[in-house]
Design a protein. Sequence first.
Lengths: 342, 320
Amino acid sequence: MSVEEKIEATPAQAEAKQNGALLSIQDLHVWYELRRFGFGLAGYVRAVDGVTFDLGYGEAIAVVGESGCGKSSLMKTILGLVKPTKGDVVFEGQSVSALRSKEMRWYRSNVGYIQQDPYGALAPFMSVQGILSEPLIINGIRDRVERNERIHKVLEEVKMHPVGDFIPKFPHMLSGGQQQRVVIARSMILEPRMLVADEPVSMLDASVRVEILRLLRGLQESHHLAVIYITHDLSTVRYFSERIFVMYAGQMVEKAPVDTLLNRAAHPYTHALMEATSDPDAANALKFRDVPPGEPPSLVQPPSGCRFHPRCPHMIKDLCDVERPPEFEPEPRHQVACWLLR
Amino acid sequence: MTEKKVLLDVQDLVLHFRTTRGPVQAVDEVNLDLGYNDAVVIIGESGCGKSSLAKAILRLLPRNVQTYKGTVNIGGSDIMKLGDEEFRRNVRWVKISMVPQAAMNALNPVLRVGDQVAEPSIIHSGLDKKEAMRQALKMFDLVGVPQDFAPRYAFELSGGMRQRAAIAMSLVTTPELIILDEPTSALDVLTQANIFNVLKRIKQELGVSYILITHDISTSSELADRVAVMYAGQIVEVGSAADFFPAPLHPYSQKLMASVPRLRTDIEPEFIVGQPPSLLNPPTGCRFAARCPQRFDRCAEEPPTYDRGGGRKVKCWLYA
């Protein structure tokens, strides 16, 4: 897709906001095959098992969950790196799994990706100039002057001042925070409409973390970007997103606007996550945390019924361990998959 | 808090590394003390020298050490005077043990976990193999690893279980002091909370002392009796947890505290402009001065450490 077409698309964007979702995830299942010695199917890893949600234009959401809960598989499927086993990812009315290579290029230029580990995400032998030129070259911007202009502009936007000093530098010459800015600049350079940020600040120091989150928030607002912020850290989500989705063992257990979730969380797993998150307070050292023991289940043979039931303090016998809870809605825009709300 | 008997007393500890670009001043005249059944948390950002401090105390040093001096008293004897072999036999894992960062990689992949946990008691406590294994299984119970995990290999264990095994290994010779270097940084929040519960229980039951090294202020409060804040190779503030968390004194501590995102209060976090100085050529004067909102003329000189009473010390001219 050329630049002109993309600019034209921008006013339509605002209009389309009223009409519905930018991204729609419909009953998504991502199962990985397990093979025995390369032959014969030994089962499936059910990394994502029936996830449904809509993301509006310019909306920021957070997906919170522990490692192995399927949030990375969800992200990879949204990026089109993994094909869904069942269900669909629909971006602007187009099914992502059905896109051919040329359309895929259009899709990827519309979706920016911010990796977790900035140092691992940047090629060590390429300068900042090279790193930021590559997406432009691939997307057919042949004019060197135009490329350089856009590189300057995007580096200004991620606040790498003075821009000229950073352009010839290589990743190892930059601090962690600056590397992450380059990663963000790369994700922004094609002027996408959606960003997928996979734990963008978990590798950074506390003092830099807030700076990067604020930068992302600023970009999200000024460019009217839809953002999927994937994290395990509940304490950062309130500064960033409008809605929070809590994921456990491949399923969404609770979806709610930020304030609702932080004040009126309903799922026992969400309660456990909140209990386990500390704020700096000397009293913490004096008490034991009331968190469920054990670890998330294997996704090869997940527990029957509610997947949290083996660890849940409120388990209802013959219900939670038998039947998967449907989504209950205790209040508008707040969905909880838990039998306690029946 | 009552005055505690001193277990560990570190004075003017210096550790500089030799590099092609000049000496790296990783640990610069650090003073630290610790009582029995006490826990001090060393908070600092990456590259501030906090892991080097742990290694300097345990004398686990690489080859490119340029300067290594100061005194480290444990239980009244200066272990800096000991020869390397004596240090290995009488101090390391006997008096002080360590839970390394990223326990995933700290376990030997080709040894059974039980054998690894038992090994220190064979070497340091002189137990025979059977006796050592019994001791190891006792530690497994204490940290919450099922006993039938002993014949497994590290890759068969989850991250949380591996971390527990590493803690068991640090406990097996019943040292008085355990250094925890970012023990939970790679773990999920629920696992992390469970591990901190285990560490708290061990402190209560065995009466050990901890030095916890971390960059995470929120979780550091889970274990801290006292807090030491480290910046650019120096300790800039020490105080009891009850004093420190509500009102830190040093401008760096204040800024760091303000940068913590909080779950339970709606305070917009701030960030610290700029970067920590290079330890190759740290600035003269106060090392935080370039980023400090409260700097004044005097900050061009290095501030002394002022004693504010009640064990509270701060290295800043504002408290002159």
